[in-house]
Write a protein that binds this ligand. Structure first.
Ligand code: C6P
Length: 421
């Protein structure tokens, strides 16, 4: 498999990262699948959880489960303190200016819908324009299509090149005085491309447009500073960041969040209700109607503590090394084409193999204990652009190893052999 050629091209990277110590924190990584050690390479779909996160959720339910912001009793006070501490951790993680700018949501999808239906619906009118890119996840396409239907606004799409990079000149041409919103992915889930979001934001701001950055795939791999980026909104999901499912965060500039109408009505988002008039709560509660995912937020806080302890710089360095190793090794497979070859890439290896449907690759790999995702990855326009129905996608996390990449590549060689018969 990884021939001498691969070894010669591959240069060993930073050695300081103790991957075995990290792996010991993730109980699921020691399980077997079809009698083989699990090789979990579907981290872009959802990542695994360290014991520290599992224990934080367990501890909440065992010792201080209660509703928040409502009770005077001890359990409620403790739950409220832990939930608000988690908000503070998200604020620190994103370097937001205030806890008021952090809204807990169900995930990236809900956050984008929230912005579309509050900021978008209250400010856009017929003929206004929204810009997205060809490499968006459906969650950053459909909410804007819905908004266009509701307001008469028009969706414009930035093209990409054959490597899967944004064509910046085309973006600049799309920008005009009609542009109101630019909603752009930070790291593509289907390609791994790292988008130069700072430049995208600067150009949008020159035209007075507001920018949302979809950070769902970015936060597990790179540190993100919303003040340095100067984005107006930033969204992510906890479950891709080693935290629980069903929770995520929306960052919004306070000035914008203050102007926006509420998303949903209900408990916690009000100060006072009469049948004649309702007064909404202050930020961030104005956007958190109903009992939130308290355990999820606490688990997300624990995940952030975990990631911070290891350090995103160390994580990024190790993952870049894995990515280089995996890229070189997969390129040894005859008939394999990598989809997404931008020089600035995060740890995603999307590929197609001559004569084998990606779903068949996925099934064969599963029998070897290797979990990858196959399909359109909720990014159908990307598949259309590359003229493929689907890809096989191995997505790496900092607990993956070079030996696991070897297993992946061996299994891909095996799939080829089976289909050559
Ligand atoms: N991508 C993947 O396998 P939610 O489902 O709300 O947590 O995240 C949606 C989402 C938004 N933006 C990007 C860039 C994403 O990658 C995702 C989720 C997963 O690629 C599941 S489809």
């Amino acid at each position: 498999m990884t021939s001498k050629g691969t070894a010669a091209r591959y240069q060993a990277g930073p050695p300081a990262f103790d991957v075995e110590a990290v792996r010991a924190d993730f109980p699921i990584l020691s399980r077997q699948v079809h009698g083989k050690p699990l090789v979990y390479l579907d981290n872009a779909a959802t990542s695994q959880k360290p014991a520290q996160v599992i224990e934080a959720v367990d501890h909440y339910y065992r010792h201080y489960n209660a509703n928040i912001h409502r009770g005077v009793h001890t359990l409620s006070a403790e739950a409220t303190a832990a939930y608000e501490a988690a908000r503070h951790k998200v604020r620190d993680f994103l370097n937001a200016g205030s806890d008021k700018e952090i809204i807990f949501v169900r995930g990236a999808t809900e956050a984008i819908n929230l912005v579309a239906q509050t900021f978008g619906r209250s400010t856009l009118k017929g003929g206004d324009e929204i810009i997205i890119s060809t490499m968006e996840h459906h969650s950053n396409i459909v909410p804007w299509q819905l908004l266009c239907e509701q307001t008469g606004a028009v969706l414009r799409v930035i093209p990409i090149n054959d490597k899967g990079e944004l064509i910046m000149e085309a973006y600049e041409k799309l920008l005009s005085e009609r542009t109101r919103i630019v909603s752009i992915v930070h790291i593509s889930n289907a390609l791994g491309t790292v988008v130069p979001v700072k430049a995208v934001i600067e150009k949008a701001h020159q035209r007075g447009a507001v920018v949302l950055v979809d950070g769902a795939q970015a936060v597990p791999h790179a540190s993100c500073d919303v003040q340095a980026l100067d984005c107006d909104f930033y969204v992510f999901s906890s479950h891709k960041l080693f935290g629980p499912t069903g929770v995520g965060a929306l960052y919004g500039k306070q000035r914008l969040l203050e102007q926006m109408p509420p998303y949903q009505g209900g408990g916690d988002m009000i100060k006072m209700v009469t049948f004649a008039r309702t007064e909404y709560n202050d930020l961030p509660y104005k956007f958190e109607a109903g009992t939130p995912n308290i355990a999820g937020a606490i688990g997300l806080g624990a995940a952030l503590d975990y990631v911070n302890r290891i350090g995103l710089a160390a994580i990024a360095g190790y993952e870049q090394d894995l990515l280089a190793y995996g890229t070189a090794a997969l390129q040894e497979v005859p008939g394999l084409r990598l989809i997404g070859t931008a020089p600035d890439k995060a740890s995603i290896l999307s590929f197609v193999l001559d004569g084998i449907h990606p779903h068949d690759i996925g099934t064969i790999l599963d029998h070897e204990g290797v979990a990858i995702r196959t399909g359109h990855h909720c990014a159908m326009p990307v598949m259309d652009f590359f003229r493929v129905p689907a890809t096989a996608r191995a997505s790496l996390a900092f607990y993956n190893t070079h030996a696991e990449i070897d297993t992946l590549v061996r299994a891909v060689f095996n799939a080829r052999k089976i289909f050559a018969k």
